[in-house]
Structures are given as C-alpha cells and as structure tokens.
Design a protein around this ligand. Sequence first.
Ligand SMILES: [Zn+2]
Length: 413
Amino acid sequence: MAENTQEEPFPWHLGVFDAHCHPTDTMSSISTIPKMKARVLTVMATRGQDQQLVSSVAEDHYIKSPNPADWKPEERIIPCWGWHPWFSHQMYVADEDNSFQTQEKEGKNLQGEDKIRHYHAVLRSNRATLSDEDRRHFLSFPDPMPLSRYLAQTRTYLERYPLALVGEIGLDSASRIPVAPDADADADADAAVTPGGRDGRRLTPFRTHKAHQKKVFKLQLQLAAEMGRAVSIHGVQLQGTVFEVLRELYAGHERKFLSRRERKKRGIDEHGNDEPIVPVPQTSHPHAQPQPRPYPPRICLHSYSGTPADFNMYLNRAIPMEIFVSFSAAVHLGGKQPGFEDMVRFVPDDMVLVESDLHTAGPEMDDLLEVIVRRVCRVKGWGLEDGVRRLGRNWKRFVFGEEREGMGTGRSE
Ligand SMILES: [Zn+2]
C-alpha cells in the first residue's frame, strides 16, 4: 500500500512503553531487553514457574525512579507479581466449608484426599458426579498451595521493589484447565519455554468456578490496595464480574460531587472547575496515620475485549480509582476484535495504553508495539509524535501515579 511506503519514521526516541508483557516465558530473550527500541516493559508474573523469574529480571533491569532523567541504560522494566485466573485452581483459601485451616496455618500444600476435595470443590465439568477419571486428573494437577503463603511472598517482592505493580490477575470464564505438565510430553519438549503455561497444551473438561476465581482475584486486589500499587487486570467474558469485585472494594469511598443547586448556593460558577469533594478523613485520633484505602489506586484493563457499552460503567466519575485500558496488536488487530476502532475512539484519551502481551522480548515485541501505536494514533486522529507522547504520559501515570494533568485526582484523602 502507498501508505506503507511513505510511512512516517517511528519516534522511538520519545519513549515507548509496553504496559503488559511476558518476556519471562522465554528466558533466552531477556538479554535482548537492553537493545530494544521500547524504553520500558511492564513485566507480568502469572503462575508458580514465573514469580522468581520476574524477580531475577528485576534484579538486573528494575527502574529505580519515577523520574526518566534518573534512568540508567540497563534500567528497563517494571516488575509485576500476580497469579493469573488460568491457574487460580492451584490455590486454596481456607474457610468454614473446606476446613483447611490447619494446613493453611502451617503453610502446607494439599495432598491425597484433601487435594481431590479441593479440586472437586473449585472445578466444574460437564459431568455430574466425580468419576475415577476425574480423581486421576485431580491427583495429576499440582498440589494446591495456600493463597496466604503466595500473598506473603508477593508482599516481600513488592516491599523490595517499591515501584512494582500487581499483575496479571483477574477472571476468565472461557478457559479450560490444561492437563498436568507430566501428562503432556509434547508441550514440554520445548525447553526454551518456561513451563507451566497454557499454550499448546491439551485441555481437560474442567473450568474453575467463578466464586473461587473471585476469591483469588479479590485477595490480590486487597494486597495491591494495602501496598498502594496499580494492577494489570485480565477479564475474559466476565467484564461485569470484574467490575462487581472492584465495586465491592471501593463501596463507601465513592467520589462525591456537588449538585448543581449546591454549586449555585455556594456561588461556584456553573462552568467552574468541578472538583470532587474530598471527604474529611475519619480518624479517631488527630495524629493517627491515614488508613490505606481498600481499593487499588489505579487499574489497567489489559487487552480489553469488552464493548463501549461494557466499558461505559468505568466512566462513572464516582469511581475513586484511575482506570486505564490497554490495546495490543495480538488481540485487537487481525480481525479478532471487530469493534476495536469503536472502542479506541470511546476510551478517553488519557486512559489509553498500549501493550504487546508477548511471551518473548526483542524485535518482535518492538514490532507489535509499533503496529498498535500507529493504529491507535490513526484511529484517535493523533499525530504520531503527539500520540507517542500522550501514551507515554498515560503509562507513567498508570505506573507511578502522577497527577492527571490539569485535573485533581481526588487522591488527597
Ligand atoms: Zn498477559
């Protein structure tokens, strides 16, 4: 196409940021990160096998300051720790129903009949009763670990890396559980790929109950809230439930605005700055520390697959979190997401991010980022340099929590 031959050179020098990716799925690609054209990668963890890998990449490449002027050439990543919904069945949460309190207190994994009982409770299949084959499947899955032990480990990572985020976490109604690693020799033949993933693996008839996914999701959101970290969220076919969980967390903390009548009464010009009313902190003691808020300060709906109608609920000004949406070439282009352009147009300019969601670092990741940035800029009607600058500002606000330009964020409570 004529358009391609005359394409404007891509302004990498302005700083391009990948809001969501998985380079630790291919550890041999990590050495290419400092040579990449993209400036910073937001690197997700998803499962047992990659938590430590994200930490090892952070040791060499962590960005130590929110100020780009301080960034050294080797500082290239923001690490994120999370447990993906595809693997939420591998976690147990002790409660009255399952009486796993003793095991949880001792930090033990579940084995034998406990393990079968856990998987029977959190997984559903199209069979009504537990068959011998189901039991064999359950025993072949990893020994479920206490979520509390995982959260404690994640907390130590977040403490060690004050700019780290939480992700990838969320809900997924579509995914079936893959067979256990040992039972699928083909998928494990590729030694270059970090094990435990879902790609290319045979699938069992089981899916994780929504209630269990919600528990695992919510407890991770609460950790992010307590630590004041932004979150990268995966939500497939459950947009409404993702929102419901977030709303449960911020309920009672909605931002409040003056009514028209109130504004008039107080002599505020109708076209004046419509700042939210900042509630007076309710502390029993004048010198008490402010309580951490029960919801994360910022979230990104990564590779968002909802429609403008689905997304509309996030535009409610009462929501006290900052919301971002990231688009990827892998999910949104190539006809897989027909409403892509409508969605890009619908999301407010200061909420848009871009990502590769790729399993390997290097030139392929750069190429995907360039493709999605060019497309987003074209749909938004932004010039390329202007668009890259905007996307860069949005990414910095998502990760570091800078103030929204020219607008209060209601974050002073
Ligand atoms: Zn991802």
